[in-house]
Design a protein. Structure first.
Length: 230
């Protein structure tokens, strides 16, 4: 004899799944709709009317599913929004502080970056010139003249040091700066012509979406009206 309380069995007292509950209400309608979806199109008005009823019923079922979902998710969503709202003032205050600190150093960082860029340019030019002179000295040096070969070797050593300094200058950057690239259309016709030649698909896609929202019918566009089943 089993004296165990049936309600103590694992899973026996779990609440029903809301999805199962709402879909169970429309199972007959769904089954009937699936029976019609066998690949055979409607052939007469009687069939059309039957399918129209199923469309109406399935849309009502879909709405009921949305409502059931909202019943479950709305408290969770409201709790999530409430918790986000509780954190937002603190987040915004920290953002303001960071923004203020960035503003403090922005001008100086831009100036320092420009100075370092100029220093890098000068160092690279010096390295290039030193290398050119060293190569020229090595080419002209007489191997039998020790002083000339020593001078050429010294020039090459100086060139290598100049190259090292140029590399160091290129690595000496200002932290906390981001490069922003801004493009401005100065000739719309020329730009559209370039896009038409080089990126026609993207341009056609943009124009197709744009004409949908226009009140007037632009040149080069035709409009047709038809009725479709919904």
């Amino acid at each position: 004899m089993n004296d165990m309380n049936p309600r103590a069995v694992l899973g026996d007292n779990m609440p029903p799944d809301p999805i199962d509950e709402v879909t169970a209400l429309f199972e007959d309608i769904r089954t009937e709709a699936e029976n019609w979806l066998d690949g055979t199109l409607v052939q007469n008005e009687a069939q059309m009317k039957s399918v129209d009823v199923l469309i109406k019923d399935m849309k009502a079922a879909r709405k009921a599913i949305d409502e059931a979902r909202d019943t479950v998710t709305k408290p969770l969503h409201d709790a999530w929004k409430g918790e986000c709202a509780r954190w937002k003032p603190t987040q915004d205050d920290y953002d303001r502080i960071v923004k203020g600190l960035v503003a403090l150093v922005d001008d100086f960082k831009r100036k320092l970056a420009a100075e370092k860029a100029e220093a890098e340019r000068i160092a690279k030019a010096a390295a290039w010139e030193a290398t050119r002179k060293a190569q020229e000295a090595a080419r002209l040096a007489d191997a039998t003249n020790i002083e000339a070969t020593r001078a050429a070797a010294a020039a090459m050593a100086e060139a290598e040091e100049a190259q090292r300094l140029a590399q160091a200058a290129s690595k000496d950057t200002v932290k906390g700066l981001r490069t922003y690239v801004t493009r401005e259309i100065t000739d719309g016709t020329a730009c559209a012509r370039w896009l038409w030649v080089n990126d026609r698909d993207a341009l056609m896609s943009f124009m197709a979406e744009r004409v949908k929202r226009l009140d007037a019918l632009p040149d080069g566009v035709t409009e047709t009206t038809e009725r479709r089943a919904v």
